[in-house]
Design a protein around this ligand. Sequence first.
Ligand SMILES: *Cc1c(COP(=O)(O)O)cnc(C)c1O
Length: 372
Amino acid sequence: MRAWMEIDMDNLQYNIEKIKELSGNSEIICVVKANCYGMGAVEVVKEMVSHGINFFGIASFEEGLELRQNNINAEMLVLGSLFDDEIEGSIKEGFHVSINTIEQLEFIKENKLDAKVHLKVDTGMGRIGFVEEDLESAYDYCQKNNIQVTGIYSHLSDADIDTKDSYNYTINQINKFSKIEQMEKYKNVRHFHIFNSGAIVRYSDEIVGNAVRPGLCMYGMLGNERINGFKSVFAMKGRVIYKRTVHEKTPISYSRTASIEAGETFATISVGYADGLKREFSNNMYVLVHGEKCPIIGNICMDMSIIKLPLSIYSKVKIGDEVTIYTDDIIKDIKCASTCSWEILTGIGRRVYRIYKKNGKNYKTVRWISEN
Ligand SMILES: *Cc1c(COP(=O)(O)O)cnc(C)c1O
């Protein structure tokens, strides 16, 4: 195995319990889009279902279909905006659909589809959803045409950001949504939700709605920081494939952005940007070998990267030794302004095997090719 991701299901479950505590009596809609933030949607969702989670947020019709094809029958809400054929497919699978335009409602009406609609309202995200003034008429249209509105929801743009300005903006969005939730008109709507990870972790005193949509925080992170009191869930690993002690100053990798001095040792590892080790992290991060921090030197390549071995371990390192590429602690320390743990995790490549652990033991390995 050249590259793999270890996922600790016990710690994941621990974090979900924490999220439940922070969210009071809210229903949990676990957001498992983008292959469950790179963790592997099918296995992770199956595990969550076995712990009583029965509502999931997905980005697209196809993501839901993958789960259905793996016999996962839980409730699902498609968070993205759907084209007509996807609305039809989603409804056939029993998914709740997010509705952002009157045209989508007209399609549902004209085709007499038995939809479970969540109206999306834009309280300040500036992405998709009805503007606030249009929400009521969208709701009225549903009432008039017998379209079942099971939810009204919105999304926060700044909940994870730690500035006064972002705080004010978030509180304003929360208040706007709270007003909508309290309207007599919507008293028969089952689900109201606006809280994402940032809000669950940082605004639990201000909670509104009766459901929350945690994504990243399930893995113990928010932005590029670890969440206090949450456990580590993932570790991406690779191996040493080559090692050399140089006898003269030696340039390293494409474009020679780094070099090492005579007497120093580099090792080449089996993971590159095609596996999700982002090229912009070249010369900006470390990985762990035998527990020691080893800086990535030179440009990260598609399938390999080069690290400098500290004197303390250079003689000990052998071909095949394990290298820890990404953990929450490593991500926290990456020296690159654009680091974004959502992007890192969802960018972990197809070649990277996913290994699931419980009680400290591996119980399942999902490979990108079948074994036979
Ligand atoms: C991705 C997403 C979430 C989860 O976001 P996190 O910040 O990872 O918790 C919640 N709601 C919507 C609409 C999303 O697109």
